[in-house]
Design a protein around this ligand. Structure first.
Ligand code: ADP
Length: 203
């Protein structure tokens, strides 16, 4: 098999096609920034940027459903959907990740006020981390929630994501060993690279 397993610090990455892996940009003892396909991460939990039906869609949601298989579809059909800003957990099924945390980001152009959509996005990160730690998980990887078809501007979304995780860690940091920001497009990676040292200056 072409499967390669990369072990970079505490983050294990399955590369089913033996494909090239970029450097894992470990920022501090708790935060990693990478650009990769989140479905390949061998980690306690990956977060899915789902929609309110939880029944699959395009983008990262489609990739996760495709890779996790029918078991995920069946599990999601029992969940009765999820509200914007909330999160629900399933097993990882055929993924290398043990669990999937499905969260629903705001649609940027359908949310009236700026503070509403940033609060919703913030809530996605916080609820996902709460669920992970309630289940005893120690490491979680996030995609850039809402920055695809939901239209959240890259830089604003990266800022909200980092600030939400920073404030959550301030309150409950000892409950988790690692949080991975798993970007897919270069523009998202660039935005996280810019703001990581601003929001986590003492790393
Ligand atoms: P949303 O509906 O929340 O905007 P999308 O899936 O359209 O969700 O986009 C969310 C983010 O996920 C985007 O930054 C997109 O580039 C990224 N993405 C798409 N596929 C993957 C993948 N396989 N792994 C990680 N991130 C991905």
């Amino acid at each position: 098999s072409l499967t390669a397993l990369y072990d970079t610090g505490k983050l294990r990455i399955n590369s089913p096609h033996g494909c090239h892996i970029p450097p894992n940009e470990v920022h501090n003892s708790k935060i990693s920034l990478i650009r990769y396909d989140i479905t390949c991460l061998n980690i306690d939990a990956i977060v899915n940027a789902a929609n309110t039906t939880l029944m699959g869609g395009g983008g990262v949601d489609g990739a996760i459903h495709h890779a996790a298989g029918r078991g995920l579809f069946n599990a999601c059909s029992e969940l009765n959907g999820c509200e914007v800003g909330n999160a629900k957990m399933t097993d990882g099924f055929d993924l290398p990740a043990r669990k999937i945390i499905h969260t629903v980001g705001p649609k940027y152009f359908e949310t009236e006020q700026e503070h509403t959509h940033s609060e919703m996005l913030r809530s996605c990160y916080r609820r996902s981390l709460d669920l992970a730690t309630e289940a005893g998980l120690r490491a979680v990887a996030f995609p850039s929630i809402s920055t695809g078809v939901y239209g959240y501007p890259t830089k604003e979304a990266a800022w909200v994501a980092l600030e939400a995780v920073h404030s959550w860690l301030d309150e409950s940091g000892d409950k988790l060993d690692r949080i991975v920001f798993c970007t897919f497009l270069e523009k998202d990676l660039d935005a996280y690279r810019e703001f990581l040292p601003v929001i986590f200056p003492h790393a």
